[in-house]
Design a protein around this ligand. Structure first.
Ligand SMILES: NC(=O)c1ccc[n+]([C@@H]2O[C@H](COP(=O)([O-])OP(=O)(O)OC[C@H]3O[C@@H](n4cnc5c(N)ncnc54)[C@H](OP(=O)(O)O)[C@@H]3O)[C@@H](O)[C@H]2O)c1
Length: 286
């Protein structure tokens, strides 16, 4: 498995996104565990989650719990696996996503994630999304305090613009290790943040890299170039998409979501797919 760097940790160049295993339309727990085990078998050492990946209000942290169970039941050493979780989003249970970026809330949320993950320090803790009711500096200040207190080993942010990336890195004293923003063939406006991360040497984790849970399967029909390049290599359009992202910069670590062993196994093969300059230009223009 090829690796990339998040802070001082080497992780698989493709991570596993946990959201489809815990929100609406999720599979039963057995299939989720099998999916996580398939990812580990394939060499995945980065799993992305959040306390807000759940369905009903009473099951906050569902995804963190499933991941903790899957790691505990794997039967082999998982100490190299980086679990990246987030705080700052909430789901009241009616399908909506709400925000709380207050320092007090973030600190409580981190404590709860620590318990669910069963660790002494969270490998990577990401501030999920700016909350307009809390100054950004205050939210990121809470993440800095968690870092200083040793409750989290590394700090990241998500859904941030270039000014927020610079501000967060400053507040964290140069210790910002990752930015997680939406980026896919259908959503390219975060290329500016990707380029900034490449310049700053900070990992960039594209979320919904295949277009999101409901659109991922149809990526090749929406973007024919990805299907055509895939056909030329005998691989799926989704694999082409992830290889195209990996080729953008060495800081890019896509985290495709999965709820089936087959899909994460297919996605992981993107690390070995070499696309030509001509193909990459064509996909950029698609
Ligand atoms: N920071 C944020 O605000 C934020 C927001 C959204 C998501 N995220 C994170 O980003 C991760 C990825 O985003 P996402 O799950 O929304 O969308 P996505 O990765 O674009 O799409 C997920 C879907 O893609 C399918 N898939 C995966 N690999 C495939 C392959 N090789 N061939 C065909 N289909 C494939 C999966 O199907 P199956 O379910 O059938 O396996 C899955 O349901 C999430 O899981 C979450 O960890 C973060």
């Amino acid at each position: 498995m090829q690796t990339r760097r998040i802070g001082d940790v080497q992780v698989s160049a493709i991570g596993l996104g946990g959201m489809p295993m815990s929100i609406e339309g999720r599979p039963d727990e057995q299939r989720s565990i099998a999916t996580i085990h398939a990812a580990l078998d394939a060499g995945v050492t980065l799993i992305d989650t959040a306390d807000a990946y759940h369905r009903d209000a009473g099951e906050v942290g569902h995804n963190e719990t499933v991941i903790a169970q899957a790691l505990a039941s794997y039967g082999r050493d998982t100490s190299e696996v980086l679990v990246a979780t987030k705080g700052g989003h909430l789901r009241p249970g009616d399908g909506t996503w709400t925000l709380n970026g207050s320092p007090e809330y973030l600190k409580q949320a981190c404590d709860a994630s620590l318990k669910r993950l069963g660790v002494e320090a969270i490998g990577l803790y990401q501030f999920h999304r700016p909350d307009p009711r809390t100054p950004y500096a205050d939210s990121v200040g809470a993440i800095r305090d968690l870092l200083d207190a040793g409750k989290i080993r590394m700090a990241g942010i998500s859904n941030a613009n270039p000014a927020q990336i610079r501000q967060a890195n400053e507040i964290l004293g140069g210790r910002l290790v990752s930015v997680q923003n939406q980026f896919s063939p259908a959503f390219r406006s975060s290329e500016v943040e990707l380029e900034l991360c490449a310049e700053m040497g900070i990992a960039f984790l594209p979320w919904s890299p295949l277009g999101g849970i409901s659109n991922a399967g149809g990526l090749g029909s929406r973007f024919a170039a990805f299907a055509e390049v895939g056909a030329a290599h005998g691989v799926s359009p989704q694999q082409v998409c992830l290889a195209w992202m990996l080729a953008k910069a060495p800081v890019v670590v896509p985290i495709p979501g999965s709820s089936r062993p087959e899909t994460i196994r297919d996605s992981v093969n993107a690390v070995d797919l070499a696309l030509t300059t001509e193909e990459l230009t064509r996909l950029d223009a698609a």
